[in-house]
Write a protein that binds this ligand. Structure first.
Ligand SMILES: Cc1ncc(C[n+]2csc(CCOP(=O)(O)OP(=O)(O)O)c2C)c(N)n1
Ligand SMILES: [Mg+2]
Length: 621
C-alpha cells in the first residue's frame, strides 16, 4: 500500500508549498518565500497552527491584509515572477481586504497565492460570525468576490480536495501567460480536519517556466514586415523584464537601429543612455517616443498589453499605413491591434529575429532623427530636474534630487498620483528592475508594502519609494512591519496638500479641482477652501517607528537623501512642493470622458476640447 501522512488540511498545504520549486534557464529555486498575513478565528487554529509547527516556512505578520498581497506582488515583480509569497487571512473582512490586492496582482500578471479563511463547510453552526447569508443558497459567501480577480479560484470543502487543487494552483502561478492571483478559500473547520494524505503529494516538484518558441510562419511574416518598414518602433512592456530579455533587446536594438519606446511596466528594458532608448511612450510619454510612435509605419509590441496609457487612448499611432507585430506569451495580447501575432517568449523571439535579419539596419536618416529626438528630450529632463522653483520646490526637482542621490542599481518604486506620470517621463533608469511602477492597477497604498516586498526580493538594492500625501494617508501602516522585520526602505513623501493629479485633471475638465484639496471646509462657501489641514506627516511616520527628516529646500533635500542612505532603518523624508507647477504632457492624449451636458460653462468648454481630442482615436483593424 502506498504510504500516507496524517496531517490537517492546513499542515498538508504547507508541506506541499514548501516543496514547490521553479526552474528557468537551468536555475532552480523554491517558489514560495513564506507566508504573510493576519490571524483571526478563521485561520489561527488551522493555517496558524501549521505555520507554528513549520518554522522553516517563514511567517510575517502585517498590518492590513491588502498590504500583504501588495507585498507579495512587489516581491514577485522584483523577482521577475520566479518567486512569491502566500497570504493568509481570517474569514470575512480579513479575507475581503485582500480583494484589491488580488485585482492588482491579476491585472499586473503577478503570481500571488491567497488563502482566505471561509465559513464552516459543516454548516450546522451557521450563521457564524462575519458570514454573509443568502436566502437562495447556502453555497455562497464573501470569498466568491475573489472569482473575477483570480486566475484560479477554488473552495476546499473536504481535505482531500487539496490533492487535486494544489497542482492546479501551481500550474496557473507558474504559467507565463496565465499567472496572477490564485485563491483557495479554506473553511475553518476543514483547515483543522485530519486526513491520510498520500506521501507523494509532498515530494519535491520543479515547475519549468517555459519559454515558448514563435510559430515559424508568423516569425517569417514578422521579419518580412520589419524588412519592409521605414520607420519601425519597438514598444517594450513588462514582458521584456519578466522574460529577462533586456540584454537580448539591447543587442537587437543595436544591431538593427530600431528605436525602443517603453511602457510603465517596461521602463528599464534598456538603460536610458542606450543609443536606441527613446524612453516613455503614450499618455505619460516624452517628446521623443511619442513622435516616433506618431509616425511609425511598423510598431513591434514586445511584451505589452497596449493599455490606454500606452496607446494614448488609441491616438498614439497616426501613420495611416501603420502595421503591428506583437510578441507576447499571452495570446490575448499577441492578437491585439490586428498584429502579426508571435505567441512567444520575448527573449526567444528577439534572438530568432536577430538571426533572421542579418545586415538589416534602419536607414541613416531615421537613425539620425532618433538620435536628435533623444538629445532634445534629455535637455528637457535636465531643465525640469533643475527648474529652480521657489519658494517651494517643484516635483520634478525632487525627482532630479532623488535621481542624483541614487546609484545605478537602486530601485525607484511608485504607483499612483502625479508621480507615475512624472517618473515615466523623467526617471533615467540604469538597470533592469531599477524602475518599479505598479501601473496596471495604479493602486494608492501599494507603495510602502510593495517596496517592502521588492526589498525582500533583493536586499542588495536600495529602494526609493516616491509617494504623495494622499497616498501616504491611505496606507502608511506597513512602516510598522518594516520596523518589525528590520527592512530598510527610503520613502520620499511629497506634501502638496491633496490630490494634485486628480485636482489638475478636474481643472482641465472644467471642474476646478472640486473635492481634491486637503483643506478645512469653510462655513462661508461650504467647500474645501479653508486653511490647509494640519497633518504632520513627519510626526506621523516617526510615531510608527520610522526615522524621519523634513526638507524645506533643495539643499536640505539633498542632505536628507544622504542621511537616509546612511541610515540603517526605514526613513521617511517629507518635502512640501508647489502643487500647481506640473510636468507638462508631450503630444499625448488620454481619454477621460467629460459631461456631455452641464450647467457650467467651463465644463461645456472642456467638452468641446474633448470632442476635438477624440477625433484622433483610431481603430487598428
Ligand atoms: C486606491 C485608489 N483610490 C483612488 C485612486 C484615484 N486617484 C489616483 S491619483 C489620486 C490622488 C493621489 O494623491 P497624492 O498621493 O497626494 O498624489 P498627487 O495627486 O498629489 O500627486 C487618486 C485619488 C487610486 N488610484 N487608487
Ligand atoms: Mg498630493
Amino acid at each position: 500500500m502506498a504510504s500516507t501522512r496524517r496531517l490537517t488540511t492546513a499542515q498538508a498545504i504547507l508541506a506541499f508549498l514548501k516543496n514547490q520549486h521553479v526552474e528557468r534557464d537551468g536555475k532552480t529555486q523554491p517558489f514560495f518565500a513564506g507566508m504573510l498575513g493576519i490571524f483571526g478565528h478563521g485561520n489561527v487554529a488551522g493555517i496558524g497552527q501549521a505555520l507554528q509547527q513549520n518554522p522553516d516556512f517563514p511567517y510575517i505578520m502585517v498590518r492590513n491584509e491588502q498590504a500583504a498581497v501588495h507585498m507579495a506582488a512587489g516581491f514577485a515583480k522584483m523577482s521577475n515572477r520566479l518567486r512569491t509569497w502566500v497570504c493568509t487571512s481570517s474569514i470575512g473582512p480579513g479575507a475581503t481586504n485582500m480583494i484589491t490586492g488580488a485585482a492588482l496582482a491579476t491585472i499586473n500578471r503577478l503570481p500571488v497565492l491567497l488563502l482566505p479563511g471561509d465559513i464552516f463547510a459543516r454548516r450546522n453552526v451557521a450563521p457564524v460570525l462575519q458570514q454573509l447569508e443568502s436566502s437562495s443558497t447556502q453555497d455562497i459567501g464573501v470569498n466568491d468576490c475573489f472569482k473575477p480577480v483570480s486566475r484560479y479560484w477554488d473552495r476546499i470543502c473536504r481535505p482531500e480536495q487539496v490533492i487535486t487543487a494544489l497542482p492546479e494552483v501551481m500550474r496557473v502561478l507558474t504559467s507565463p501567460a496565465d499567472t496572477g492571483a490564485a485563491t483557495l478559500a479554506l473553511p475553518q473547520d476543514v483547515q483543522a480536519e485530519a486526513y491520510d494524505f498520500p506521501e507523494e503529494l509532498f515530494r519535491k516538484r520543479v515547475w519549468l517556466i517555459r519559454r515558448p518558441q514563435p510559430d515559424a510562419v508568423s516569425l517569417g511574416r514578422a521579419v518580412e514586415a520589419i524588412r519592409g518598414s521605414r520607420r519601425p518602433l519597438i514598444i517594450a512592456g513588462g514582458g521584456v523584464l519578466y522574460s529577462e530579455a533586456t540584454e537580448a533587446l539591447a543587442r537587437f536594438a543595436m544591431q538593427t537601429g530600431i528605436p525602443v519606446a517603453e511602457t510603465q511596466a517596461g521602463k528599464g528594458s534598456l538603460a536610458y543612455d542606450h543609443p536606441q532608448c527613446a524612453g516613455a511612450v503614450g499618455a505619460t510619454g516624452n517628446s521623443a517616443a511619442n513622435r516616433l510612435a506618431r509616425d511609425a509605419d511598423l510598431v513591434i509590441g514586445l511584451g505589452t498589453r497596449y493599455s490606454d496609457f500606452t496607446t494614448g487612448s488609441m491616438t498614439a499611432f497616426q501613420n495611416p499605413e501603420v502595421r503591428f507585430v506583437n510578441i507576447n506569451v499571452a495570446e490575448i495580447d499577441a492578437y491585439k491591434v490586428s498584429a502579426v501575432p508571435l505567441v512567444s517568449d520575448a527573449r526567444v523571439a528577439l534572438e530568432a529575429m536577430a538571426v533572421a535579419l542579418p545586415g538589416y539596419h534602419v536607414a541613416a536618416d531615421y537613425a539620425a532623427a532618433v538620435a536628435g529626438l533623444k538629445v532634445a528630450w534629455e535637455q528637457e529632463v535636465d531643465r525640469l530636474f533643475h527648474l529652480g522653483n521657489r519658494p517651494l520646490l517643484s516635483q520634478s526637482e525632487v525627482i532630479g534630487a532623488m535621481w542624483e542621490a541614487s546609484g545605478p542599481r537602486d530601485v525607484l518604486l511608485s504607483a499612483a498620483g502625479s508621480h507615475p506620470g512624472d517618473l515615466h517621463k523623467l526617471w533615467r533608469t540604469r538597470s533592469p528592475n531599477g524602475y518599479h511602477l505598479e501601473y496596471g492597477y495604479s493602486c494608492m497604498g501599494y507603495e510602502i508594502p510593495g517596496a517592502l516586498g521588492a526589498k525582500l526580493a533583493d536586499p542588495s538594492r536600495e529602494v526609493f519609494v516616491f509617494l504623495g500625501d494622499g497616498t501616504y494617508l491611505m496606507m502608511p501602516t506597513e512602516i510598522v512591519t518594516a520596523v518589525q522585520e528590520g527592512i530598510k526602505i527610503i520613502i520620499v513623501l511629497v506634501d502638496n496638500h491633496g490630490f494634485a493629479s486628480i485636482g489638475g485633471l478636474s481643472e482641465s475638465l472644467g471642474s476646478g479641482g472640486f473635492g481634491t484639496r486637503f483643506r478645512r471646509r469653510s462655513a462661508a462657501s461650504g467647500q474645501l477652501d479653508g486653511e490647509y489641514l494640519p497633518v504632520d506627516y513627519e510626526a506621523n511616520a516617526r510615531s510608527l517607528g520610522a526615522y524621519t527628516l523634513k526638507a524645506n529646500d533643495l539643499g536640505q533635500l539633498k542632505a536628507a537623501l544622504e542621511k537616509a542612505k546612511a541610515a540603517d532603518r526605514t526613513t521617511v523624508i517629507v518635502v512640501e512642493t508647489e502643487r500647481e507647477v506640473r510636468v507638462p504632457g508631450y503630444e499625448s492624449w488620454w481619454d477621460v470622458a467629460v459631461a456631455e451636458v452641464s450647467e457650467m460653462p467651463a465644463v461645456r468648454q472642456a467638452r468641446e476640447c474633448y470632442e476635438e481630442g477624440r477625433e484622433k482615436e483610431r481603430y487598428h483593424l
